[in-house]
Design a protein around this ligand. Structure first.
Ligand SMILES: C[S@@+](CC[C@H](N)C(=O)[O-])C[C@H]1O[C@@H](n2cnc3c(N)ncnc32)[C@H](O)[C@@H]1O
Length: 372
């Protein structure tokens, strides 16, 4: 019998990067390996399952997820031979005690079944925005916090630096703070920087990470200097969420990308930002572009893909395109109806999606990209 005290399987850490070590569960599993009879081993494993079911909420949210562990335990109980059952026990012990990552993030591949929150499909639909904590959703043109949340889990480790050259209301930086990453943002609009700074400071900083938010024009700013002044050697992820040309006028600044005089000028400025951020991004790490298209004079302008090409021209390899649903919850009902009428009458479609393009920075000699 496994004693109650030895099966207090509660996690030690409370986040995805260091899912609980489950030491006591490992001890219990090591104990069952002593049995030389299959029935006794399996009876003991059944007791572990019962105790997990009785004592621990099997889906605690941010720690060890007992659902896949229970599946593995059941596999042991259903094994046909002692050798098979013991093999499954050893394999579970290894997955609970060891760590195997892809080097880019903290996802423990031995326990990949536990990360069901992390999306791997190319279609993302979020029913509603995360409005918890400092994520107030007040800024017109922001993205849902779930976007940086997913990207940080997939493309960074705890302690990494993330750069957002169109920081807006600070969604990326708030999410960095929550997940134990450091964030550096640049935003052209001083008023927005002030408000974002206040909100970022309100978010509890349980990992003691740093947030740097600077007022500046990302087409001109010296990102290397900015990083140096803040004692950052390189960043490990860049999240780029520019204006979708002039769909929303963000400010009166002439260098604001939403004030570009034409799509061509917009793309030229965008390209400049890509080259600048690339100069501080570590080789073989990721740049993510969140972008949408627009209609102009009855023509669909594939801005997202135009920007994608701009990134690829500058030393990046495209590794993924995600379509994300886009619900304009603020538009009034009669406005929505008007768009539906126009769509029916004009033979076009109302935007309900945007893109998330994933790029990997190539080493300089691989890319042959022009310098800043
Ligand atoms: C689509 S919004 C980003 C919103 C942000 N992701 C958020 O969740 O709040 C684009 C932002 O880029 C800023 N911007 C436009 N041109 C810029 C430039 N040249 N340099 C820095 N920021 C710029 C705008 O003021 C706006 O806040």
């Amino acid at each position: 019998m496994v004693s109650k005290s030895s099966v207090s399987h509660k996690k030690k850490h409370a986040d995805y990067e260091s899912v609980g070590e489950a030491d006591s569960l490992i001890d219990s599993l090591r104990n069952v390996l002593r049995y030389r009879k299959k029935d006794l081993l399996q009876k003991s494993v059944l007791e572990i399952i019962t105790e997990i079911e009785n004592e621990v909420n099997p889906r605690m949210g941010d720690g060890i997820n007992y659902l896949p562990v229970k599946e593995d335990l059941r596999q042991i109980v259903e094994a046909k031979t002692l050798a098979r059952a013991s093999y499954y026990v050893r394999r579970l012990i290894k997955s609970l005690s060891g760590t195997k990552t892809n080097g880019i993030n903290d996802i423990n591949l031995y326990r990949w079944k536990e990360y069901d929150e992390v999306l791997t499909d190319s279609l993302w639909t979020f029913e509603r925005r995360d409005t918890s904590g400092a994520h107030l959703g007040w800024y017109w043109g922001n993205f849902v916090p779930q976007i940086p949340h997913q990207l940080l889990l997939r493309y960074t480790k705890r302690g990494d630096w993330i750069l957002d050259p169109f920081a807006g209301s600070g969604t990326t930086l708030i999410e960095c703070n929550r997940l134990g990453r450091n964030g550096i943002g640049v935003e052209i609009n001083e008023d927005i920087v002030k408000k974002a700074t206040e909100l970022i400071a309100k978010e509890p900083n349980k990992y003691g990470t740093r947030s740097v938010l600077a007022i500046g024009d990302s087409t001109r700013i010296d990102f290397n200097g900015l990083c140096k002044r803040n004692h950052i050697s390189r960043v490990q992820l860049v999240i780029v969420h520019p204006p979708y040309f002039d769909i929303i006028k963000f400010s009166d600044h002439s260098e604001d990308l939403s004030n570009a005089r034409s799509v061509e000028k917009f793309l030229e400025k965008f390209g400049r930002v890509v080259r600048r951020v690339s100069s501080v991004l570590q080789d073989r790490r990721y740049l993510v572009l969140v972008a949408g298209d627009k209609y102009q004079n009855g023509e669909w302008i594939p801005l997202g893909f135009n920007m994608m090409e701009e990134v690829m021209k500058n030393g990046f390899k495209l590794t993924g395109i995600i379509a994300k649903n886009f619900e304009d919850t603020r538009a009034k009902r009669n406005q929505k109806e008007l768009w539906r009428y126009r769509a029916l009458a004009g033979g076009f479609y109302v935007f309900k999606h945007e893109y998330i393009f994933i790029f990997k920075k190539q080493k300089e000699r691989e890319s042959g990209a022009d310098r800043v």
